[in-house]
Design a protein around this ligand. Structure first.
Ligand SMILES: Cc1cc2nc3c(=O)[nH]c(=O)nc-3n(C[C@H](O)[C@H](O)[C@H](O)COP(=O)(O)OP(=O)(O)OC[C@H]3O[C@@H](n4cnc5c(N)ncnc54)[C@H](O)[C@@H]3O)c2cc1C
Length: 378
């Protein structure tokens, strides 16, 4: 059975990437439907820590650093617009991050981050161990020095994703929850329709934004989209007073949330589509976090969870037109999908509306994998 009234665009995946693109398309006048196999927004986009911190992980290559920088610049405006459209406060703060070095390798990483941040003309301040402890009281004895990035932001990604979905709804986007896209029907180099368990749905254009599941969905139409799930585990504690900024050393970080809550992360495991929280994961997060911030040891534990980051063979997003004429791919945002949502949405909506591929997207074109890169995490 084919559903009667077809939208102009079907977006597969209702995470922050798919829903942000849907908002931009609807604003441009398109009739849009989102299909999500579960409750939209409840996968990686809710599981994330919400750091809007383009320099913290030393983004490479240059094209990726520029993509991150462009999205970072759009953030204040994006959040304000989504809050306005949806009426949902996103818990957005611009109080900076404190990067710390506990050993030689991390000290070297800080030097590189400092040099790169200065080169980009962004604010950065080098702190000795005493200054670090004045900045955030209660940090560990083993801290050698730190780097303050006062321009970094954080957002409650769960609330923001909820807000973007609500904004989409209010702009007339139809959201199909619990509607797994089982296959894509292709003919004459185009997708004609998608099939869910219950029906087929046609559209003129399709956007594949199904996070780490994008490869599975694409395979039904013979498209190779090499996304791999990378599990990240997280913990949440309750503190008597508000942590003032993000504190981070390598993969270990503390991120503030409203009401004194502190998120603590993370792990990076390649175990397929398994979302379990494991004893090993908890031990690894806690040992790193307690070294960084011993005060965590006395805090009340609230909850633990895991999410699946959409990784790719080169750890870069897949953004652009697929081999089929009417399919746009917006996936593989790995560790930076919350940060990258505003710019991804703008670029992808332009592309779907018939725009040419802008220079910003060259490095992220889906065809690069045809040249030999294979999916699989490192
Ligand atoms: C622990 C952790 C910490 C993170 N921290 C940060 C951070 O601090 N900053 C940052 O920028 N990023 C962070 N990230 C990364 C970020 O969460 C992701 O890059 C981003 O959420 C990806 O968004 P998405 O919409 O592509 O994917 P998702 O949010 O996973 O959404 C994909 C959607 O597709 C749906 N779907 C899947 N298969 C189908 C199907 N067959 N049919 C229909 N729908 C389907 C799913 O149900 C899901 O809702 C973190 C991730 C994790 C796990």
């Amino acid at each position: 059975m084919i559903a009667n009234s077809s939208p102009d665009v079907i977006v597969i995946g209702g995470g922050i990437i798919g829903s942000s693109i849907a908002v931009r398309l609807a604003q441009a006048g398109a009739r849009v439907s989102i299909f999500d196999r579960g409750e939209p927004g409840r996968e990686a986009s809710s599981a994330a820590a919400g750091m809007i911190a383009p320099q913290a992980e030393g983004p490479k290559p240059e094209a990726f650093a520029e993509l991150c920088g462009a999205s970072y610049s759009l953030y204040p405006e994006f959040v304000a617009e989504m809050e306005d459209l949806s009426g949902i406060a996103a818990g957005y703060h611009r109080a900076g991050s404190l990067l710390l070095a506990l050993d030689d390798a991390q000290a070297q990483e800080l030097d590189e981050t400092e040099a790169e941040t200065r080169r980009r003309g962004l604010a950065v301040e080098r702190l000795d161990a005493d200054a670090v402890r004045r900045c955030v009281p209660g940090l560990g004895e083993g801290i050698r020095r730190g780097l303050l990035l006062p321009g970094d932001h954080w957002v409650d990604n769960e609330r923001l994703t909820e807000g973007v979905l609500e904004a989409a709804r209010r702009l007339g986007v139809t959201i199909h929850a619990n509607a797994t896209v089982c296959s894509l029907s292709a003919r004459n180099h185009r997708i004609e329709s998608i099939k869910t368990d219950t029906a087929a749905f046609r559209a003129a254009e399709f956007v594949l934004a199904a996070g780490c599941w994008s490869g599975v969905v694409a395979a039904s139409a013979g498209l190779e989209v090499p996304t791999v799930p990378c599990r990240g585990q997280m913990l949440e504690f309750e503190a008597p007073s508000q942590l003032s900024m993000v504190v981070r050393a390598g993969d270990h970080y503390l991120v503030p949330r409203a009401g004194g809550r502190i998120l603590v992360g993370t792990t990076a495991d390649y175990v397929g589509f398994e979302k379990a929280v494991t004893a090993e994961g908890l031990a690894s997060i806690l040992s790193g976090a307690l070294r960084l911030a011993p005060f965590l040891g006395k805090l009340r534990f609230r909850r633990a969870w895991a999410g699946l980051r959409p990784d790719t063979a080169d750890h870069l997003p897949i953004l652009g037109r697929a081999r089929l004429e009417n399919v746009t791919l917006a996936t593989g945002h790995f560790r930076n999908g919350i940060l990258l949502a505003p710019f991804t949405a703008r670029l992808m909506a332009d592309l779907v509306a018939g725009g040419t591929i802008p220079p910003e997207l060259e490095a992220f074109r889906p065809e690069r994998f045809a040249l030999g890169a294979k999916a699989g995490g490192t």
